[in-house]
Design a protein around this ligand. Sequence first.
Ligand code: ATP
Ligand code: MG
Length: 459
Amino acid sequence: MLKKLFQSFRSPLRRFSPQRRTPEILTSRQHALPRAKLSRNAVNVVERLQQAGYEAYVVGGCVRDLLLEMTPKDFDVATSATPEQVRAEFRNARVIGRRFKLVHVHFGREIIEVATFRAQHLEEEDDAQHGARNESGRILRDNVYGSLEDDAQRRDFTINALYYDPSSERILDHTHGVHDIRNRLIRLIGDPELRYQEDPVRMLRAVRFAAKLDFEIERYSAEPIRRLAPLLRDIPSARLFDEVIKLFLGGRAERTFELLLEYDLFAPLFPASAAALAEDPDYAGDLIRQALINTDERIHQGKPVTPAFLFAALLWPALPARVKLLQDRGMPPIPAMHEAAHDIVWEQCQRTAIPKRFSIPMREIWDMQERLPRRHGRRADQLLESPRFRAGYDFLLLRESAGEETDGLGDWWTDYQEADEQGRRALIRSLSGKDDESSRKRRRGGRRKRPSGTGASAE
Ligand code: ATP
Ligand code: MG
């Protein structure tokens, strides 16, 4: 039955989704999404709104994820009721958003986000002109309420535009989204070029969903991306930071990175890292990939991950070239390293704002790379007690895994952490000839296998 239904849909090679007026309706016999799979609270919100005479559906990522037998992050509801009308129906509701209002209905720790049907949607943008577009076609402001049909058409991808009615257990599909889920395709609704121009972040979302769901980007939706990738430079840096977090902390960072490279989307996000990748693909590529593999693993193990470590790794390969540039201009190594680090972070913030709560620990992770080789006297114990030790040590291992020569520093610290008091003293004694002064002397004459970003820790 299901197969027959899917076969009746159009070919996956159709150019754009047609602007159809009546949605395809899938009854409960034609899909495998019983209402029991939904959050009870989301169902309650929809039913309450429907009882009050409004249209209401569960919509977006949660319907998509459930059809794919994945666990949705959260549940969104779309309705014909205005935010004020929604709020009037629930005691536990709060209107949020300055320009485009949404309602959050709170149920303990779960929040159901309720949005009024609208014709376009870009709450992240803020501009005084109503419905304005800039010269590259980007929508600067659009906050008009609309019909269910409008609401479906303004969404980004067909797979994100499915509306589920828990009362009838029917799915309303205006854009052949079910077909695309079945064929594992990311397809923009409407003309891809136009939709990317309206909101270039959709290019990042295409890649993110392709990685997350293991889908292909349909060819007409993929085709303009490389050409339009530079449009990302016009996106406010705070919004790009949020997107970068979703791209790299969603559990599929490594795959996402490959796709960003494939579609030329990495360079507009991380220009200095992209230049380092071009310069030394083996080292920079290994370091970034290994960091992303570790991040994915930690997420799958339920361990915490921090954007500070992620940014530290993504930007580290850009350091050596910058240090060298400053040294060539006559700056001594240590100030050159500090200035290079500062410049790289500052420049990155112009692209993807890095909030201070992440950029400060990120710099501390880098600074730790300078301090980890200095282990004499009480220094090792003091370092071990530093709140940034663990991240700094993990980062050191990451550098080593990418081929940086550190004279066994990672192993030494591994042993030191595991040793008892006596063992630790012995490890410190074993450093004779490796203290700061003598290693500095050795460095002058010695050769290194791999440049170190800090210029101080492994040179
Ligand atoms: P996730 O699992 O990452 O939360 P999601 O599909 O729920 O996936 P959200 O960013 O939470 O993604 O957005 C919710 C819905 O809003 C999307 O499913 C999509 O329909 C719509 N949407 C979000 N961003 C855009 C955009 N830039 N352009 C058009 N529609 C968008
Ligand atoms: Mg969502």
